[in-house]
Design a protein around this ligand. Sequence first.
Ligand code: NDP
Length: 485
Amino acid sequence: MAKFEYAPAPESRSVVDIRSSYGLFIGGEFVDGLGDASFKTVSPATEEVLADITQAGPADVDRAVTAARTAYRGVWGRMSGADRGKYLFRIARIMQERARELAVLETIDNGKPIKESRDVDVPLAAAHFFYHAGWADKLEFAGLAGGSSAPRPVGVVGQVIPWNFPLLMLAWKIAPALACGNTVVLKPAETTPLTALLFAEICQQADLPPGVVNIITGAGETGRALVEHPDVDKIAFTGSTEVGKAIARSIAGTRKRATLELGGKAANIIFDDAAVDQAVEGIVNGIFFNQGHVCCAGSRVLVQESVHELVVGRLKRRLTTIRVGDPLDKNTDLGAINSAEQLERIRTLSGVGEAEGAERWSPPCELPSKGFWFPPTVFTGVSQSHRIAREEVFGPVVSVLTFRTPAEAVAKANNTPYGLSAGVWTEKGSLILWMADQLRAGVVWANTFNKFDPTSPFGGYKESGYGREGGRHGLEAYVTSGAGQ
Ligand code: NDP
C-alpha cells in the first residue's frame, strides 16, 4: 500500500491564549493558592513549558469544598431542575462556540491529534452537557434512587480525573453531577490542567453561580486530600486501578459514596467470517486512537487461528500508512505520548514483551527528535501469561493472540482481572448475541469499536471499577432518596 505524501496542514495556535500562570478556581473566581507550590505543564510534543500551575494544598482543598458546600446550601440547592438545565445548556452552547479553542488547547497540553480533539473529545464533551441539560427537570420521572418520585442530590462531589481525555472526562463527571443538583470540586491530572482551567472561564461566562464548580490543580497528593476531606459526600474517580483501590480503602467505613472507573485490558475478537478490512480498521481504531491512552482500548486482539496470518498481514500493511507526528497537523493519526513517565512505562512493558518471547514489529517511521514518542507496535506470538497480555500498557501497543472456537475466545477474553470493554467481529448475529452474553465486560461493541454516546452507560466489571457513567444509569450515582446533606 503506497503511503500518500501530505503537505503539512497545521492548525493555528493563535486561537488559544495560554497565560503564563494559573491560580485555582474557587467560589467562581481565580484565586492564588494559600501556599507557594506550583508546577509546570508542558507540551508533550515539543517539551515546551506552557504555563505555571498552582499546586493546591489541603487548605486550598478545604476552601474549595467549603465554597461547594455554601453553593449547595444556597442558590444551587434551591434552584429548580428547569433552571439548572438552562445553565447546563448554556455551558454546552459556549463549549460549541469555543470548540476550536478547546480542541487546540487540548491537543497542545495532551499531545493527542487535533483531528481527534476536534472531532471526538470536544463535540462529545458538549454533547454530555446537552444530554444532561435535558435530564435536569425530569429526574422525578426517571425511576432513580429506588424509584423515588423526588430524588435528591447527594451534596458536594469530589471528582478526580486522568490525563487521557481531560475535557471529556471533566464533562462525564460535571454534567450529571450538576444536572442532579450537586456541587463539585474537580481535580484534573497534573499533566493536563489547561482545558479544565478554560472550562472554569466558561463557567464564569455562563454566569454559573459561584461555588457550583470549583477546579483545583495539583498532583496525586491534592487528589488524596480531596478524597479524604470529611465534608465531601461522594467521590467520582477515573484513573488507574491501583489508585482506585487506594481510594476505596481510604473511604471504607465513612458515609462517602464512590464510583470508580479504572483500568482495562479489552479483547477485540476477530472471527474468521468477519469482513477483514473493516476488522483491521477496528483494530487500528481500538488501539491506536488517542495513542492507546484509552481505558477501554482493544489492547488484546484475539484472532481466529484460520485467519491469523491474513489479519496480521493486512494490519501491518495498514500500519505503514499511519502518520505519526505533530499533533496540531490535521493529517496526523498518532500524536505524542502524554508524558516522559508514561513513555518510560510503555518502553519498559514493550521490552518485557520481547524478553518474554513475543515478536515485536513496528512500521518504519521517523519520530520527532523532541517530545515523547512511541511508534505503533504489534506483538505477535503472545501468550496469555505474558505481561503485555495481562497489564495495561496504555500506549500504542497491541498484543495478538489466537483462538479456535467461540468458547476458547470467551475463556481467553475473560481471563483478565479487568472487564471494561470488548469487541466482536463476525457476520453472524447469533454469535454476536451469544458472545455479548458471555463476555464479562461493561461494554461490548459488535463490528465497531470505541463508540461513545452520552445516552449509553459506560463502566466496568471486576477490577475495572464500579458504577456507570452516562445514560440514565449514570445519574443514579448522583442522587439519593434521602434528604441529601
Ligand atoms: P493515576 O490513577 O495515578 O491518576 C489519575 C488521577 O488520580 C490523576 O488526577 C492523579 O493525579 C490522581 N491521583 C493520583 N494519586 C492519587 C491518590 N492517592 N488519591 C487521589 N487521586 C490521586 O494514573 P497515572 O496518571 O499515574 O497513570 C498510571 C497508569 O494508570 C497508566 O499507565 C495507565 O495504565 C493507568 N491509567 C488508566 C486510566 C483509565 O482511564 N483507566 C487513566 C489514566 C491512567 P496526578 O495525575 O496529578 O498525579
